[in-house]
Write a protein that binds this ligand. Sequence first.
Ligand SMILES: CC(C)(COP(=O)(O)OP(=O)(O)OC[C@H]1O[C@@H](n2cnc3c(N)ncnc32)[C@H](O)[C@@H]1OP(=O)(O)O)[C@@H](O)C(=O)NCCC(=O)NCCSC(=O)C[C@H](O)C(=O)O
Ligand SMILES: [Mg+2]
Length: 284
Amino acid sequence: MDMRSRPFRSVLYIPGSKPRALDKARGLPVDAVIFDLEDAVTVAEKITARDTLAQELQQGGYGTRMRIVRINGFDTEWGHADAKAVAQMACDAVLLPKVSSLADLDALAEITGELPIWAMMETPRGMLNAAEIATHPKLQGMVMGTNDLAKELQVRFRADRMPLMAGLGLCLLAAKAEGLVIIDGVYNAFKDAEGLAEECSQGRDMGFDGKTLIHPAQVDVANTAFAPSNDEVDLARRQITGFEEAEAAGQGVAVVDGKIVENLHVVTAREIIAKADAIAAVSA
Ligand SMILES: CC(C)(COP(=O)(O)OP(=O)(O)OC[C@H]1O[C@@H](n2cnc3c(N)ncnc32)[C@H](O)[C@@H]1OP(=O)(O)O)[C@@H](O)C(=O)NCCC(=O)NCCSC(=O)C[C@H](O)C(=O)O
Ligand SMILES: [Mg+2]
């Protein structure tokens, strides 16, 4: 499945040190898993988590879920050994935290070879260099690290995320320009389903492909928010039919529900249907 049509509605972080949670993910309806060796793992467990994770991935059972491993940064004592270990793991991609420059990804690719790379975008320097970072040939996706970004920017929490908007926008532009997947940051209050739904809706409107999550209770909300609704799919089908009929009648523009439909709208309509079909395929 090509990366752009593959669903990434729900991307769940799982601490690499927690076998029970690692096992639980095999039965959760998530599109992707980030197996974490970084922030969710205590210093005391850093090395054992690497081994626990390697064994769980070897055992398999994650089905169609994309398996992404987040390593520790190269400015820590674990980063290089993590990267070497991940290169041998049964996973689909490696995720580097706190990416600030293209050189950070070059350093990772030297160790992980052909393994696709994802970048955590969570530093002010990373925001400013997002356009260049997005051009790395091994890069498949970006993940917003909104907690680290908020810390670095010294912002106050606001439900509308206004203080983070410049950074989110720069990364969205960079990812879209290079055809990368881009996933929104986490919603920390994992028992607040209503707040999560609002933030997912905002992220979906902005063009994110999905949301990173920290708890299984968040999965259904994200899956609903980032999937095309029945109304959207229905409209997309009618736009395609309407445009085809207009073309057959020698017209370049159709009118559906009182709005014009041009070729570019048909491209979007086909993408909506492709996404709905891809979700149906993984749900089956
Ligand atoms: C937040 C938690 C610490 C809550 O844990 P807990 O109190 O144990 O939750 P529950 O008792 O409600 O758990 C119920 C069952 O669900 C399983 N579980 C919990 N979390 C996960 C998970 N993430 N993946 C899979 N399964 C999970 C429990 O094992 C229970 O199972 P069972 O016993 O069988 O019923 C905890 O949820 C947690 O640790 N979450 C992950 C936190 C994390 O990964 N943080 C780092 C990523 S966020 C980040 O770094 C952001 C970024 O870098 C930035 O800068 O923004
Ligand atoms: Mg972070």
